[in-house]
Design a protein around this ligand. Structure first.
Ligand code: FAD
Length: 462
């Protein structure tokens, strides 16, 4: 016999679980139970490094019902001129407030922290080991699919000899003053943030070494600004992006075209990037990264000893007393996908590329619609996380197919239009579409969209 009953059991109270429940509360009258191994909502943001900020403006991150930040334009720093980002304390405070003031206050959400889901309706309290069982009347929502690997908790894939100090970036602000040399391991967004933090905190570029196993493409944050004030810039960027896609004869040409269009950026014009994980940077951040002269392109780190670092393609002598900063965790690793809606389970995945919280909220809207799961899955093809340009093209195709499917359903179209998490659509809703310059850009993008889509399909199949 079960200990209690609920309509939905949501496993994981990270950003995606929170975004899903928030919309489900508005769209249904269901009772919801959320469980998380952690002691509070917010998922990986609770364990992240202290200088982290969102890649994207805060005004379209989080849950649909509640603003995060005030959409102010930053007046200084490396994000100057763009909408404010959010720090980890802001994000964690936000999710805690959404849980307390909205979810629990509704009387329809039960939150069980420090509770592990063991499959079906079986739960276990992490501290007491006490088992509980829940009878789930509708479905289990699996909000762990996008679970992030983070440096604090991931399993390192290299050896560190005794006496070498190798830390996750969480401890960098505390340890930095005791060292003269810093070696950043990894070229994802965490590695980039660590380099920028050191430089902005007064380290000189020649104090920093940076292991970049594969160079990344990065996205220019100038083109992800969600207000009408940026319409010309955004739509102009979109038109150039589509033209680049139309003109590309190969995957490599597409990447170079995106760079020429000002949308993608790279660390070094002489090195062709091999990975595309979607990190978003301002030009000012990129310029800071480019100040570092010692970029080590010798593959992944295998071991670190007091006088040397062994990498896949050779050995590097190490300066004594170097502080190694481990930024090698893979943040979003889910490149495999599977149907989202199945008989008893909804497996939250992205349905718009690089937008996990928008995706989760929209999935709750689709869950609430009176249709069968075949129809739901037709509106929600999962978008895999990207690894390189080829996989970026494939994921863009799925994103565009989903968007086309949503545009055919008036309820979804209206919901998306009014959703604060739809940062991409907002600029065009906030401008005068009859203004000739705005209209011309809109038409240009519209005319390019079909040929761009067709060429993406060709390139993806090559
Ligand atoms: C540095 C960084 C910056 C980012 N910036 C952005 C950004 O600007 N914009 C953006 O859209 N995204 C960004 N992301 C991605 C962002 O974190 C996503 O929102 C991501 O999908 C996290 O949400 P999640 O809920 O899926 O996963 P998590 O935050 O990992 O939460 C999953 C939760 O599930 C719990 N759990 C797992 N298994 C169980 C179990 N068996 N029982 C109970 N609980 C369980 C875990 O304890 C965890 O709390 C960023 C990520 C990183 C690392």
């Amino acid at each position: 016999m079960s200990d209690f009953e609920t309509d939905y059991l949501v496993v994981g109270a990270g950003a995606t679980g929170m975004a899903f429940v928030d919309t489900l509360l508005d769209e249904t009258d269901a009772h919801i139970t959320m469980v998380d191994r952690r002691d509070r909502p917010g998922g990986h943001w609770n364990d992240t490094y202290p200088f982290v900020r969102l890649h994207q403006p805060a005004s379209y991150y989080g849950v649909a019902s509640t603003d995060l930040g005030q959409a102010r334009i930053d007046q200084n720093g490396t994000n100057k001129g763009y909408e404010e980002l959010a720090s980890a304390p802001e994000i964690n405070g936000y999710f805690q407030s959404v849980m307390k003031d909205r979810f629990l206050a509704s009387g329809r959400v039960n939150f069980l922290p420090m509770t592990e889901h063991r499959g079906g309706g079986d739960l276990r309290h992490v501290l007491s080991d006490k088992a509980m069982s829940v009878n789930v009347r509708k479905r289990v929502i699996d909000a762990r699919v996008c679970e992030n690997g983070i440096p604090l908790t991931h399993q390192r894939k290299f050896d560190v000899a005794e006496g070498v100090t190798c830390i996750p970036p969480n401890f960098l602000p505390h340890h930095a003053k005791d060292h003269q040399h810093f070696m950043i391991l990894g070229a994802g967004k965490t590695g980039m943030d660590s380099v920028v933090w050191l430089l902005e905190s007064g380290a000189q570029p020649d104090q920093i070494g940076w292991v970049v196993p594969r160079d990344p493409w990065t996205i220019n944050r100038g083109f992800s600004q969600p207000s009408g004030a940026f319409y010309q810039e955004n739509m102009g960027g979109m038109a150039r992006q589509m033209q680049a896609v139309v003109d590309a004869g190969s995957v490599d040409e597409l990447a170079l075209g995106m760079e020429e269009a000002g949308i993608w950026m790279r660390l070094d014009p002489n090195v062709t990037p091999q990975i595309m994980h979607g990190p978003t940077l301002s030009r000012a951040e990129l310029q800071r990264l480019q100040e570092v002269p010692d970029i080590i392109r010798m593959g992944h780190v295998q071991s670190i000893e007091s006088d040397r670092m062994t990498l896949a393609q050779g050995t590097r002598r190490a300066k004594p007393g170097t502080l190694y900063i481990d930024c090698t965790a893979r943040a979003l690793g889910h490149s495999n996908t599977w149907p989202i809606f199945t008989d008893e389970r909804v497996g939250l995945q992205m349905i718009r590329l690089y937008q996990p919280t928008f995706s989760a909220a929209l999935l709750a809207r689709i869950e609430a619609m009176p249709m069968n799961d075949k129809a739901r899955n037709a509106l929600a093809q999962p978008v895999p996380m990207t690894d390189d340009v080829q996989s970026w093209i494939r994921s863009q195709i799925v994103t565009l197919m989903n968007q086309n499917a949503w545009s055919q359903v008036p309820e979804l179209r209206d919901w998306i239009k009014s959703c604060r998490l739809d940062g991409f659509g907002r600029p065009s809703r906030e401008v005068d579409r009859d203004d000739p310059a705005n209209r011309a850009l809109f038409e240009q993008v519209r005319n390019l969209s079909m040929p761009a889509f067709a060429n993406m399909q060709k390139l993806a199949a090559a």
